[in-house]
Design a protein around this ligand. Structure first.
Ligand code: ADP
Ligand code: 5GP
Length: 200
């Protein structure tokens, strides 16, 4: 059967340590049509993070220059650093029929929901704040001070969960992954994105 598909813009948010990266890493691995939007950030790279793959790690000046050129689809200050989604790569991928995944905070997600009303939005919740702390401490990529700041900000982020179309609780990883993959699979089949041609 001949068929065509339009790309989907998938916005994923959730408190730091909820397991967003772990979950969408599995979606990206399973779906060659899904691309990850590499954000610009002024925070320092964590050990193992690769410039251009995980983030574009830039200085405050470089970030400001990009902002002045109107180069961001959205941007926000999160946990004391600037983060932004470069506009053109997202628009180019969607234009080419590919799906794009954004891992962005709720301030940025609200901007995208307004500018791109066809986007699909998912908020990932931890099962508890105690477990969120355990995961952040276990990941070991932030200082104690940074962990406390992220845990404080988590309350305000979770308060915005109802702005999103879908909620996924990441308690058991496999269950959460199957739920997220189910959302992506169903959204792909929407008649506004999927165009099968029934031939004679
Ligand atoms: P985020 O991208 O939301 O900041 P990560 O994907 O880095 O979060 O996950 C934070 C930590 O929690 C990592 O060490 C990860 O291995 C762990 N983790 C993720 N999901 C689960 C889960 N369902 N149960 C237990 N630990 C998890
Ligand atoms: P981290 O420093 O742990 O990689 O990310 C911290 C927070 O910044 C997370 O909530 C993540 O979703 C958010 N974030 C990452 N990239 C962007 C971006 O381009 N824009 C916005 N608004 N938030 C982002």
């Amino acid at each position: 059967m001949r068929e065509a598909r339009k790309g989907m813009l998938l916005v994923i948010s959730g408190p730091s340590g909820a397991g967003k990266g772990t979950l969408y890493g599995k979606v990206l691995a399973a779906d060659p049509d899904m691309t990850f939007s590499v954000s610009y950030t002024t925070r320092a790279p964590r050990p193992g993070e690769v410039d251009g793959k995980d983030y574009r790690f830039v200085s405050d000046g470089e970030f400001r220059a990009m902002l002045e050129q109107d180069g961001f689809l959205e941007h926000a200050q999160v946990h004391g650093h600037f983060y932004g989604t470069p506009r053109q790569p997202v628009l180019d991928a969607l234009e080419a029929g590919r799906s794009v995944m954004l891992d962005i905070d709720p301030q940025g997600a609200l901007q995208v929901m307004e500018k791109m009303p066809g986007c699909v939005s998912v908020f990932i919740l931890p099962p508890s704040f105690t477990e969120l702390r355990r995961r952040l401490e276990g990941r070991g990529t932030e200082t104690r001070e940074q962990i406390e700041r992220r845990l404080q900000n988590a309350r305000g982020e979770v308060a915005l969960k109802d702005k999103y179309q879908y909620l996924v609780v990441n308690d058991d990883l496999e269950v959460a992954y199957r739920t997220l993959q189910g959302i992506v699979d169903a959204e792909k089949q929407r008649s506004c994105r999927y165009f099968p041609v029934v031939e004679e």
